[in-house]
Structures are given as structure tokens and as C-alpha cells.
Design a protein around this ligand. Structure first.
Ligand code: NDP
Length: 293
């Protein structure tokens, strides 16, 4: 059996189109344009690229983006002041602080300062707390985990009652994905670096999410036949045939797993494109909150 490919680029495109239509309707009905402020501290090239991609996606969806680039040696107090001024700015609906921040700045302090109603990354502890609690809904769901759930749902994967195994328990991916799957009535197991007999767990999974940061670690013999496999990992693998000398691979050994799984996300073109699509959705939602609708 060869797995169906879950096409993240196509599904993200659908979501971006939907958000664009909703933004156009908001402009027509309320004369209001959603706005996203991006905060980039320093000039890390990867971070700068991510911010540019987010700004471009905003423009395509009709969302205004307001970029703030400040030097790497800015004081923590200066970053906090900037975030506070964005909290107070009625033209700004969402605030995105690009991580990682330079070492001398406490990320937690910065993220905690973002107004709950502008926390479009969904990392504010109150939003995460609400995600964890039964009967409570966060204002915003973190983008990559939310994108994973959308990929599964839009590919027709049944979540309710499914055995879901997440490998990885980070604050930004593993843990929130586990909480979301649980909210959708999956039975969830979280595995991590101290898990004994990892394969024993993964082989039981109807839904397997790999968010490990270890290149091609999940192999075909660790996967239940027919399972839906979501590969979050982004790793470099040497490839002399490429101009840059490497290609991107996931945490899943694609070639062996695709022969066993029922559905699989490729890397690139799986989870990656979903993150930005969900950020646009969260920014639109923040504008709805600002309008009280
Ligand atoms: P972290 O390093 O924060 O977390 C990795 C997790 O994997 C930890 O919980 C760790 O366990 C666990 N782990 C590490 N080694 C093993 C092992 N041998 N067996 C079992 N579990 C293990 O990574 P992130 O969650 O931030 O990212 C994971 C991957 O996803 C990375 O490749 C990253 O680049 C990618 N990523 C992709 C995104 C996208 O948009 N597509 C967005 C964000 C991340 P422990 O807790 O015990 O240390």
C-alpha cells in the first residue's frame, strides 16, 4: 500500500483564500481592515525570511502588516515598551514577536506582555491554559498545532475515538497538538526522549504526529498499517545534487513510512505552509474580536 499524500500547500492555499474572502467581506460590511504587527529583534536571516513570508501572505489576504525591526542589542525594556505600544494601538489586531529572541531578552516576559486579545501566535499562558481545560476555548490556537488539526480534518481523518500518538512535548508543537486532539475526542499518548519502547507506542497509533527535531527517526516498522502520519520536523540532509548542498527532510523516514501509512504529509509541503495560513486566520479572528462580532 502507498499512502495518500496530504497536500499541505493545497490545503493552506484553500485556507488563505477563505481568509481573504472573509477579510474582503469585513472591509465591505464594516469598513475595517485587519492589521498584524510583526516584531523582529536583530537580523537573524532565517527569522527575517519568516517575517517577510508572513508579511507577504498578509498582503495577499488583504491584511495590513506593520513591521517593526529593532536592533539585536535592544534592551528587554525597549522590546516590552514596543509591545505595550502595540497593545494600545487600535490599528493593530495581532502582535507577532518572531522567536527566538536574543539571549539577553526573556522570551516569557515578552510573550506574557502581549494583550490576550492580540495573541495571534496563541502562546500566552492564559490561551494555553484554556486549551488544556475542558469546556474552555482559547481566543487563539497556536498556528502550527492548529494547522495539523486542519490537515487531518480536511483530509477526512476521523479524530473521535482514534488512538493518537504524539512524539514530542514542546510548548509550541507537541503539547498543544496533544491537547487539541484530546478536545476532538482522540485518545492521546505523548512520547518524549525518556519514553521506553517508542515503537511499541507508535505502532498503536491511528494518528501519529512526529515533532521531534531528529532527522527521519520514525521508520516504516514503527507505523501501524493505514495510519495517518503527520511529519512536523524540518531538518537538513546533505545532498550534493542540490545547489545549497542539502535538502529538507522531516522527522519521518518518508520512503519507508509511505509504504505502510494510509496518509502522510511530505516535507516540504506538508505542515510548513499551514502555519502561516493559520496565522492569517487568527489575525482575522482578532479583528472580529476588536469589532465585537
Ligand atoms: P523541541 O526540540 O522543542 O522538542 C522536541 C521534542 O522531541 C521534545 O519533547 C523531546 O523530548 C522529544 N525528543 C527528542 N529526542 C527524542 C527521542 N529520541 N525520542 C523521543 N522523543 C524525543 O522541538 P519543536 O517541538 O520545537 O520542533 C520539533 C520539530 O518540528 C523540529 O524539527 C522543528 O524544526 C519543527 N517545527 C516545524 C514547524 C513547522 O511549521 N513545520 C514549526 C515548529 C517546529 P524531551 O521533552 O524529553 O526533551
Amino acid at each position: 500500500m502507498t499512502a495518500n499524500i496530504i497536500d499541505g500547500t493545497r490545503i493552506a492555499g484553500e485556507i488563505r483564500q477563505e481568509v481573504g474572502e472573509a477579510v474582503a467581506a469585513m472591509k465591505a460590511e464594516h469598513g475595517y481592515t485587519p492589521g498584524l504587527a510583526t516584531v523582529l529583534v536583530g537580523d537573524n536571516p532565517a527569522s527575517a525570511t519568516y517575517v517577510r513570508m508572513k508579511q507577504k501572505a498578509c498582503a495577499e489576504a488583504g491584511i495590513r502588516s506593520i513591521g517593526h525591526n529593532i536592533p539585536a542589542d535592544s534592551l528587554e525594556s525597549e522590546v516590552l515598551e514596543l509591545v505595550s505600544s502595540l497593545n494600545a494601538d487600535p490599528e493593530v489586531n495581532g502582535i507577532l514577536v518572531q522567536l527566538p529572541l536574543p539571549d539577553h531578552i526573556d522570551e516569557e516576559a515578552v510573550l506574557n506582555t502581549i494583550d490576550l486579545e492580540k495573541d495571534v501566535d496563541g502562546f500566552h499562558p492564559v490561551n494555553i491554559g484554556r486549551l488544556a481545560m475542558k469546556g474552555r476555548d482559547p481566543l487563539f490556537i497556536p498556528c502550527t498545532p492548529h494547522g495539523i488539526i486542519e490537515l487531518l480534518k480536511r483530509s477526512g481523518v476521523q479524530l473521535s475515538g482514534a488512538e493518537a500518538v504524539i512524539v514530542g512535548r514542546s510548548n509550541i508543537v507537541g503539547l498543544p497538538v496533544a491537547m487539541l486532539l484530546q478536545k476532538d475526542n482522540a485518545t492521546v499518548t505523548i512520547c518524549h526522549s525518556r519514553t521506553r519502547d517508542l515503537g511499541g507506542h507508535t505502532r498503536r497509533a491511528d494518528i501519529l504526529v512526529a515533532a521531534i527535531g531528529r532527522r527521519e527517526m520514525i521508520t516504516g516498522d514503527m507505523v501501524k498499517p493505514g495510519a495517518a502520519v503527520i511529519d512536523v520536523g524540518i531538518n537538513q540532509k546533505e545532498d550534493p545534487t542540490k545547489k545549497r548542498g542539502y535538502r529538507l527532510v522531516g522527522d519521518v523516514d518518508y520512503d519507508s513510512v509511505k509504504e505502510v501509512a494510509g496518509a502522510i504529509t511530505p516535507v516540504p509541503g506538508g505542515v510548513g505552509p499551514m502555519t502561516i495560513a493559520m496565522l492569517l486566520g487568527n489575525t482575522y479572528r482578532a479583528a472580529e474580536i476588536a469589532l465585537g462580532i
